[in-house]
Design a protein around this ligand. Structure first.
Ligand SMILES: NC(=O)c1ccc[n+]([C@@H]2O[C@H](COP(=O)([O-])OP(=O)(O)OC[C@H]3O[C@@H](n4cnc5c(N)ncnc54)[C@H](O)[C@@H]3O)[C@@H](O)[C@H]2O)c1
Ligand SMILES: O=C(O)C(=O)C[C@@H](O)[C@H](O)[C@H](O)COP(=O)(O)O
Ligand SMILES: [Zn+2]
Length: 427
């Protein structure tokens, strides 16, 4: 059983269980956190050239040797062309966005980059909006555009949007001429706290989520929290599911803070939204950066970031991509994972109940589609990327709040109990 220890600086860990036939249970020691939300900063630092308006701005570094990069976090950073152009290598820039985001932010971002470096050729491609378009067919539009424009190997693709655009742009960049540069400009809570960081890129397959993709790191991530002003509350709540996940797998103090502040996070009209979401983004990025720095390609502890995702991805695939938002499916997945962890005797009833209560208070669903059966779950979970040698591996809560394991060593009867309890249809 591998135990991960926190390093004061994010250190990269070599090795992992990939060479073993059966992936062992991975766990880690309890972490404490003194609380950025109480004014202290954890794993982050202010970045240079701050203006008065930037006083809330912070930088989290993802420490991956020669693939390291900064995450810039602050208000109105989309106007900071200098932060972007210093990470642009060649002269050709392709902004990838979608039909919803383009009318709001594309012109601004294009102008800002162009003004910061007039020698750049800044182009754009606009994709269809929605999880159902996270496909290889839609991806072709990015490559078609880059070919038409005769983009070369030093080109930089810029993802302007949520997790769908970020995942697709990163994958497009990883494969175009075997790899061009890319930058993430996330505009949803989901993308700011999770998808823009860590280099998981890709598209869906009709039979499974994110089945086609690559690990490919961006040059930088630019988080402008003011872009969340135009985001619908349903999407905001969806992103909050991943923040709850971080609390459960890594950071009990974050979880407790969420219990105190959740209402201000899921409603962008709440007077405390700006302050609360900024703190949550910063802490989430610091946690993700720490995990990814230790295990970039999910040989071990990175799988913790998949808490609730085995159930959740099954829900997304079953219901048709886009029916449940990703974070909504994760709300269901967190509920089922917490229930299974409790039935196995690995966490107290209190932890299970508090998890489900927090999901509900986030206005996220806790139940799968009415027609989904236990067999539907089993069939879809059988293709999960964490499985080894045909064995289902799950991330489950174990021990104190903020600790978890990834394992295939659990009583399968308890899993069936959970599926039978949460599915309204028995098939
Ligand atoms: N790579 C990773 O590590 C990782 C992590 C988490 C999620 N994901 C993936 O991310 C995707 C979900 O991302 P998402 O929740 O951002 O969904 P999304 O990208 O579909 O964006 C949600 C919706 O909000 C719109 N939108 C985006 N920004 C906006 C803004 N500022 N104002 C108004 N509208 C805006 C989008 O057009 C879309 O309709 C899923 O495909 C999921 O698998 C990947
Ligand atoms: O970064 C990771 O690692 C994650 O698992 C983050 C998840 O929130 C995210 O949904 C990710 O896309 C899931 O990855 P997958 O490998 O299960 O498709
Ligand atoms: Zn996720």
């Amino acid at each position: 059983m591998a135990t991960q220890r926190r390093s004061p600086r994010c250190q990269r860990r070599a090795g992992g269980p990939r060479s073993t036939r059966r992936a062992p249970t991975t766990t880690r020691s309890r972490r404490t956190w003194n609380g950025a939300f109480r004014g202290e900063r954890f794993g982050t630092r202010c970045f240079s050239a701050m203006s008065k308006e930037d006083m809330v701005s912070h930088q989290v570094d993802v420490d991956l040797g020669d693939r390291s990069y900064p995450i810039y976090i602050g208000e109105d950073l989309i106007t900071r062309g200098d932060l972007l152009t210093k990470h642009i290598h060649g002269k050709q820039v392709l902004i990838v966005t979608n039909e919803t985001i383009a009318p709001i932010y594309l012109e601004k971002l294009t102008r800002v980059i162009q003004e910061s470096d007039p020698s750049l050729q800044v182009e754009s491609v606009i994709l269809r909006d929605g999880e159902q378009h996270k496909t290889t067919q839609e991806l072709m539009k990015v490559w078609d555009k880059a070919m038409e424009l005769r983009f070369n190997r030093k080109a930089t693709f810029v993802a302007l949007g949520g997790g769908v655009i970020g995942d697709m742009t990163g994958f497009a960049a990883s494969a175009f001429q075997r790899g061009v540069y890319f930058i993430q400009v996330p505009t949803t809570v989901m993308a700011m706290v999770d998808s823009s960081v860590g280099g998981k890129t890709g598209v869906n397959h009709p039979l499974g989520k994110n089945m086609i993709g690559a690990f490919y790191q961006p040059q930088c991530v630019l988080v402008d929290s003011l872009t969340l002003k135009s985001l619908p509350n349903r999407e905001t709540a969806s992103g909050v599911s991943e923040i709850i996940k971080y609390g459960l797998i890594w950071d009990a103090d974050l979880f407790r803070w969420l219990e105190e502040n959740i209402e201000s996070l899921v409603d962008s009209d709440h007077p405390e939204f700006g302050r609360a979401i900024s703190s949550a983004i910063e802490r989430s990025c610091a946690i993700k950066a720490e995990v990814v720095a230790q295990d970039e390609k999910e040989g071990g502890i990175r799988a913790f970031l998949n808490l609730g995702h085995t159930f959740g991805h099954a829900v997304e695939t079953y219901s048709g991509y886009g029916t449940y938002l990703h974070g909504e499916a994760i709300g269901v997945g967190l509920t089922m994972a917490a229930d299974l962890s409790h039935r196995l005797g690995w966490v107290t009833e209190d932890i299970k109940d508090r998890t489900i209560a927090l999901v509900k208070r986030s206005k996220l669903p806790t139940t799968p589609p009415e027609s989904m059966t236990p067999d539907d779950f089993l069939e879809l979970m059988a293709v999960d990327k964490k499985n080894v040698d045909g064995n289902l591996r799950l991330v489950l809560l174990r021990g104190e709040l903020g600790t978890c394991v990834v394992t295939s060593d659990f009583e399968k009867g308890k899993l069936m109990d959970v599926l039978n309890t949460h599915c309204k249809t028995m098939g």
